[in-house]
Design a protein around this ligand. Structure first.
Ligand code: EPU
Length: 420
């Protein structure tokens, strides 16, 4: 298995451009199957999760032609109503394909989604929402069969905010006769981006980006074109990386409005930075201070759970005690032992909260990446640490960050990929 070897303790400098957003692309790609013509999606990141999603779409019969960061998808030949179980288990959002296939072919069979290191990740709200729109769901021994003979609009109240749930229901409702209202909908930027794409194809969605979304079902949707929005998680991660290594770097292709809570927290930690229309410049600081109680993950526009692990690493370099509170997933703090093995002083209070005491000197260690976001946090820790850090299981990092070592090398980082 491939690993990263990092010789840390060096400052970074220069420019790094943010890629297209993984989670936006993972929602827009399946939606192209709903349409009555071919679509072109540009600015796709070249990462494992996207490759697998495209493979699943090909297996369903769609014509998928990828040239670099652009893909053309023609759903005319969509013919299969079963998801490949092996691939389905590996791409958490593969059930976003369910709505479009039900609309186009009347039914779909898909295996149970697997658990995941960051938590159980159930799909109960999504299945309930499908039922509310008239989808019949049969739970058989190894998965679900969804049949959509009499689809009709309806009101769906999500018990908790769910990003993929909002996307799945929006996608089904655009071709479902009548009006659908989604209440307590997710407001993450990926949601208005998906709505904008679908509306450009003739859908009638309003309110996306607020907690109530109205969708009028339509009979026909043309193909369309979409530029994947910049990845706000990558942008925030690079900004935190610059601050953690006390470097001067410019992060470009950023939508600063997507990260307001992060900027507020960085300011409070005494990180120096300047925001412009589409970039952020991280400047060297004198001394970072801890944030005692407000690093709390929350649905958008709160602090993204996907930035929690990088923020924890940052706080190991700040003066004082910072409590980090992960409210979205139950398994997202299991990288703490790795940071402590590098010299961090982090106390696990309960499965959702840790107390970081800083600043601490980190030193190189042998680690394994547990998931995408904890994985990149360990890369940041490796860049801060004195000595050599070895990170195993970097497939998890590759799932979310395109050619990350090459891009960091351009900032002067001493990081290399070693194929094992
Ligand atoms: N939930 C349920 N039942 C459901 C749906 C969700 O209990 O039917 C719970 C989840 O278990 C979780 C909470 O609701 O505790 C929120 O989950 P949500 O559905 O919003 O998460 P998701 O859509 O599966 C997306 C991103 C995640 C990101 C979360 C939160 C994608 C592909 N994934 O997941 O991104 O952390 O929203 O913002 O969009 C990542 O990129 O590394 C990643 C994990």
């Amino acid at each position: 298995m491939a690993k990263f070897i990092i010789n840390g303790g060096k400052k970074l400098s220069g420019e790094i451009a943010v890629s297209g957003a993984k989670n936006s692309a993972l929602a827009v790609l399946p939606a192209t199957l709903l349409l009555d013509g071919p679509s072109t999606i540009r600015n796709l990141p070249d990462i494992a999760d996207i490759k697998r999603k495209l493979e699943l779409m090909r297996e369903l019969g769609a014509q998928v032609d990828r040239q670099g960061s652009t893909v053309t998808i023609d759903p005319a030949s969509l013919s299969k109503t079963e998801l490949n179980p092996g691939l389905h288990q590996k791409v958490r959002t593969s059930f976003l394909l369910a709505g479009p296939v039900v609309v186009k072919l009347g039914q779909i069979d898909f295996p149970y989604p697997g658990g995941c290191v960051i938590g159980k990740r159930p799909i109960d709200f999504i299945l309930e929402g499908f039922r509310a729109l008239g989808v019949e769901i049969e739970d058989h021994s190894d998965g679900y069969k969804l049949v959509g003979k009499k689809l009709r609009g309806g009101k769906i109240v999500f018990p908790r905010v769910t990003v993929t749930g909002t996307e799945a229901l929006m996608t089904l409702a655009v071709r479902t006769p009548g009006t659908t209202t989604l209440i307590n909908a997710a407001m993450e930027p990926e949601i208005p981006a998906l709505a904008e794409f679908l509306n450009s194809c003739g859908a009638r969605i309003s309110g996306a980006g607020t907690s109530t979304i109205f969708i009028e079902g339509v009979d026909h949707l043309s193909g369309g074109t979409f530029d994947v929005i910049p990845d706000r998680i990558e942008a925030g991660t690079f900004a935190i990386m610059g601050a953690a290594t006390n470097s001067h770097i410019k992060v470009t292709n950023v939508v600063p409005e997507h990260l307001e809570t992060l900027w507020g927290l960085l300011k409070r930690a005494n990180v120096k930075f300047e925001l412009a229309k589409d970039f952020v410049e991280i400047l060297p600081h004198d001394k970072m201070v801890a944030i005692p109680k407000d690093i709390v993950t929350h649905e958008y526009p709160g602090l993204a759970t996907d930035l929690q692990a990088p923020m924890t690493v940052l706080m190991t370099q700040a003066q004082g005690n910072s409590l980090i509170f992960e409210t979205i997933f139950e398994g997202r703090l299991f990288y703490i032992d790795s940071l402590n093995s590098m010299g961090a002083d982090i106390l696990m209070c309960d499965p959702h909260r840790v107390l970081v005491t800083g600043p601490t000197k980190l030193s190189g260690s042998k680690l394994a990446s547990p998931d995408i976001r904890a994985g990149i946090a360990l890369v940041i820790a490796g860049l801060i640490a004195h000595g050599q850090t070895e990170i195993d299981n970097i497939y998890q990092i590759d799932r979310g960050y395109e050619r990350i070592e090459q891009r960091l090398q351009k900032l002067g980082a001493d990081i290399k990929r070693v194929e094992g």
